[in-house]
Design a protein around this ligand. Structure first.
Ligand code: URA
Length: 466
């Protein structure tokens, strides 16, 4: 039995070096016990042979394995090191195994990696800083301190994100396992902390409050949905949740003035709010579609756009690129926009459903239509995009988009070509076909005619937005 000790629970490089050496010695997975830190009096201590000479042994593994392992290793499951090592050993014999998503071991590790990615996104979305006076360098400067309780060992892996986003601030993020401190130039690490170590005063992030108030629409409050999107676990550390009772109480009065104020306030609050919204959407688990998809494909475009286009859901290429309408349907869409005289860069483009729904067929992923439940689950996002962008005109591209925007099935042939009113004062909408409908038409003449009709619809929307 070999005992392998890793210094920290998230040290991928150390695991990789050890695994590489063990694999080149052909050590079977069952002969290894993996542990983290120093466990005095360990059951296997007498026979243990920790390796420190492992670096540099070549072992070829597919890129997909490394990506999977880097995430899965951050999971709190104590079996993760052994599971990854077992997969590593099997990969030497079973080429293509990493692509076999039906294999129980691959599936299990993909599940771990997915939980980790979600936890990473949650941390990015839910960390809230509070300002404290910081005299550590004598200048009486402010430091921003946040408390966060992750589910997995993701804090170090997330450090670069916070450094980039808050580069000019001095901040600390305290968590039970480790603390991160940024002084504006260098990142340092400290021991874990408790919630009592973090300041409990007023949150400084007015922008969060402004954001929350700006997207708050009492007509649409669904407490269940709010809980799902922002798990109660995180509420206690988030300033905006303190606003909820007040917002509900004064709902009617604030509906008109507040949102407008937030949108038009100096400093581009809508942009920051949109950023935060997108960040939250990246970790969305409101329906099951996030599981097989690569990532959330959120809307893109200026929040000041006068026209918002809403498609159905990302396709295969959008799912990989993380951007809407970049695949074949996107090319048709771009061409038609050009012919209608619309500059895509001046519009906001999004989808009713933010994850790619597909059926695997061999190595291909075949588009599958989202059902009513999936469309309903995703309406949360489109409603918030609507409230932030406030386009003069919203164009539904196809039946799924129309259903999402109107909350019920709409018949395209009956509704197209005229302005419609969105529910709850959501503004003016136009309905037209989806660009992929044009791609599917088998007959050349019909395709030409339908394409011209599509361009004509876009021109109508453009005129309405002018
Ligand atoms: N189809 C859509 O509805 N949206 C996309 O982003 C791509 C294809």
């Amino acid at each position: 039995m070999r005992l392998v000790t890793l210094a920290t629970p998230d040290d991928f490089d150390a695991w990789r070096d050890q695994a590489r050496a063990l694999a080149s010695d052909d050590v079977p997975p069952d002969d290894i016990v993996w542990q983290v830190g120093s466990h005095g009096g360990d059951l296997f201590a007498a026979g243990a042979t920790p390796r420190h000479d492992a670096v540099g042994t070549p072992l070829k593994v597919p890129r997909g394995f490394i990506d999977l392992a880097r995430n899965a290793i951050l999971h709190r499951d104590p079996e993760r090191f052994a599971l990854l090592y077992t997969l590593l050993i099997r990969l030497r014999r079973e080429t293509g195994l990493i692509e076999d998503h039906a294999d129980p071991l691959v599936r299990r590790l993909e599940g771990l990696a997915k939980h980790v990615r979600r936890d990473i996104h949650k941390m990015r979305a839910f960390v809230r800083f509070r300002e404290v006076a910081d005299d550590s360098e004598g200048g009486g400067e402010s430091r921003y301190v946040a408390w966060f309780e992750p589910d997995h060992h993701i804090v170090r892996a997330n450090a670069a994100f916070f450094v980039n986003r808050f580069a000019s601030m001095r901040w600390s993020i305290l968590t039970p396992e480790v603390s991160l401190h940024w002084d504006g130039a260098a990142l340092s690490e400290g021991p874990g902390a408790t919630k009592a170590d973090a300041p409990d005063g007023d949150p400084i992030e007015e922008v969060w409050k402004t954001y929350y108030a700006s997207i708050f629409n009492p007509a649409r409050v669904k407490v269940g949905a709010m809980l799902k999107e922002m798990p109660r676990k995180y509420w206690k550390n988030m300033p905006e949740t303190a606003l909820v009772p007040g917002l509900l109480a004064r709902a009617q009065a604030r509906e008109s003035g507040m949102i407008e104020k937030a949108r038009t306030a100096p400093g581009g609050n809508s942009e920051i709010a949109w950023d935060a919204l997108r960040e939250e959407a990246l970790g969305c688990t409101r329906c099951h579609l996030y599981r097989p998809a690569t990532q959330t494909v959120f809307g893109e475009g200026p929040v000041s756009a006068a026209i918002m286009f809403v498609g159905e859901q990302p396709g295969d290429q959008e799912d990989l690129a993380g951007r809407p309408f970049v695949g074949p349907a996107g090319q048709v869409f771009d061409r038609a926009l050009g012919e209608a005289g619309i500059d895509r860069a001046q519009t906001y483009v999004t989808n009713a459903v933010k994850h790619f729904k597909f059926e695997p067929r061999g190595k291909r992923r075949i588009h599958a239509k989202p059902d009513a439940g999936e469309i309903e689950a995703c309406r949360w996002w489109i409603e918030q995009e609507q409230m932030l962008v406030r386009p003069k005109v919203t164009v539904a591209l196809g039946a799924t988009a129309a259903r999402s925007l109107f909350g019920k099935a709409m018949t395209i042939s009956r509704e197209r070509g005229r302005a419609l009113a969105l529910p709850d004062g959501g503004g003016e909408a136009w309905i037209t076909v989806h660009p992929s409908y044009l791609l599917r038409l088998p007959d050349e003449a019909a395709r030409t005619a339908e394409y011209a009709h599509f361009v004509a619809d876009l021109k109508l929307a453009k005129a309405a937005a002018a």
